[in-house]
Design a protein around this ligand. Structure first.
Ligand code: OOG
Ligand code: MG
Length: 258
């Protein structure tokens, strides 16, 4: 089991990789990590971001769809933390040079109107939801060739880099369980699917997150943004790209890569 110092050192490696925009070998290539160890590294990494003045705005679920599990070769849903500096305005621009090997995936996000503490069912979890948005997540694994094991990607905060939210729809009488989702790149269809691909229902992803946090004595806070996971495989991005997601009943969200 890695000591607290080892956990900090591993978090520093990933933090440096992010800041230097330089990929690193998988941590598990040299250090065996349990899932608990990996989440400790993730939390230490968020601590480093907070020391630089960033702060938490929510959480993300990852690997909640079969398409994502197959693409990444990892079969277990994971969670990560979202910080304020990861937010990109709808219609905004990211720099290709600020990323190692950026990819984007279409998602559904929830905004919580009240605290949510597990154990909960998907239906109970929805009682805490006050807003729903379509979203794009830009992921950028810190690992060489975008390849990792489950503990590696957990330690790397679920490959998170930036995210864009569309406008907020109130969820009353609006079921997010089977919404058509279309992602275009440079005006051409890139990926499409249904929000049902997100762990059968985005609400099930939200409940799973609350239920993974509960044994740690952690809960989701009112005001939190929760990204429920990519509905389709992620696609690679290059300088000059424009990407947009359209979700049935939720409008669209988009960004540019310069
Ligand atoms: C891991 C992140 C997965 C999602 O929505 O499934 C994720 C990865 O694919 O690098 O964010
Ligand atoms: Mg994602």
């Amino acid at each position: 089991m890695p000591s607290a110092d080892d956990v900090d050192a591993l978090a520093q490696i990933l933090d440096r990789a992010t800041l230097d925009v330089r990929p690193v070998p998988k941590l598990t290539g040299t250090t065996p990590l349990s899932l608990d160890d990996a989440y400790a590294v993730q939390r230490a990494g968020i601590g480093l971001r907070r020391l630089r003045g960033d702060d938490l705005v929510g959480m993300k679920m990852g690997l909640t769809s079969r398409a994502k599990m197959q693409q990444m070769g990892v079969q277990v849903p994971i969670y990560g933390h979202l910080t304020r500096r990861m937010i990109l305005d709808d219609g905004g621009t990211v720099q290709r040079s600020a990323h190692i090997h950026p990819r984007v995936e279409p998602e559904i996000a929830f905004l919580l109107g009240r605290d949510l503490e597990g154990p909960v069912t998907p239906a109970q979890a929805l009682l805490a939801v006050d807003g729903v948005c379509c979203a794009l997540e830009l992921i950028d694994s810190r690992y060489e060739n975008f390849q990792f094991t489950l503990p590696d990607v957990v330690a790397d905060n679920g490959s998170s880099s930036r995210f864009v939210l569309g406008s907020v729809v109130r969820p009353r009488d609006f079921d997010t369980g089977n919404l058509g989702m279309v992602m275009t790149k440079n005006g051409a269809l890139a990926e499409c699917g249904s929000s049902a691909a997100i762990y059968d229902h985005p609400a099930r992803s939200l409940a799973a997150l609350a239920n993974q946090l509960a044994p740690l004595g952690e809960r989701l806070r009112a005001g939190a943004i929760v990204m429920t996971g990519g509905a389709t495989a992620a696609i690679a991005l290059a300088a000059g790209d424009h990407v947009r997601v359209d979700v049935q009943g939720l409008g669209s969200a988009e960004f540019f890569v310069a």
